[in-house]
Design a protein around this ligand. Sequence first.
Ligand code: SF4
Ligand code: SF4
Length: 356
Amino acid sequence: MTINSKLFVINKLDYGTLYAHYDQVYSFIKNHLMLEKRKRVAVKLNLLGPLRPEQAATTHPAVVGLIVEILCSFNCEVMLCEDINSIDVIRETGLLPVLERFGLQFYNLRDYGYKDIEVNGVTYQYSELIYTCDVLIQIPKFKTHMLTNYTGAIKNMFGCIKKQQRKETHRLLDENDFANALCSIYSIRIPDMVIMDSIVAMEGMGPSNGSPKHLGNLVLGADGVFVDYYCTKMTGFEVPKLKTLQYAIKRGFSSFKSEAELISYCNQNADNVVELYRIPVYEGRERDIYLSVLRRLYRIDYERCIQCGTCKEVCPFSAIEMEDGTPKININICKLCICCMEFCPVGAIRMDVKSK
Ligand code: SF4
Ligand code: SF4
């Protein structure tokens, strides 16, 4: 289904039937990207941690396989990439068979250097590989997020800055500052194409503790902000309250210059809204109460923990101490920035809740 020249949505999909749509996806990619032999195409995935595909937290390998096959048919140099903490991530997320099938290597962003880029007076240490590629395709997983409400194309570029700087950015407790930082990072290298994996999305306590929700959609767009807008609107989010998305529109990172323009395309498809269970957008005092409740549910799974100390190292607020090799979170200091959850190499830090 073509929404406009910049957005193409295939619906009623599951991962097993994806290949039946090869020709449609091929045509959209061919028409929007000038792909020629030997072009260096970076494909930025969303690999949050060593989580299995059925947990719906990471880009599904079936989507990656389809896109890689199409790119290989153009004889491009395909660089599947993400910033990951351990090789376990490649194995658990099901990516290994895709790499083997196409004879590709995986590019861990942290191994390929960083470049200083200034945006609005802030210098970001930004992935050299992403910055210098000829074409950038992003394949995020569409998920709810317990702090930023949703995660999609804009948020997925956060992984392009250096680990240490992500830790510092997590210190920005003001939601507006954090949303603006995400937008600045997104603006450094705006993807040439975003392919949102919302075939099975995550609802509830995302980005890693929610529940899978079958939406059946693969959303392809040359405008990542539009892709995020469409996905959030079509899953019942209160879009005007999504700070990251609003700042991205305001700062002109979309080819649409106003929200009204974006809405009109979504309204044409209003019959297809499938609501995701999500945390309300809390602000002010309500948000403080919400965070204090969440903090009490934040847990380390000691059966999984390998006592590596990464969580202590990355905590921007020194809220974690190692006691006899075991990490302990001091909830009186913890600001719930979820930096430790993001960096734990074995996914041992979790929110002790059921989404529904
Ligand atoms: S919780 Fe995770 S990051 Fe922290 S010590 Fe254990 S394994 Fe390492
Ligand atoms: S312990 Fe709390 S403040 Fe420290 S990284 Fe984890 S969530 Fe953030």
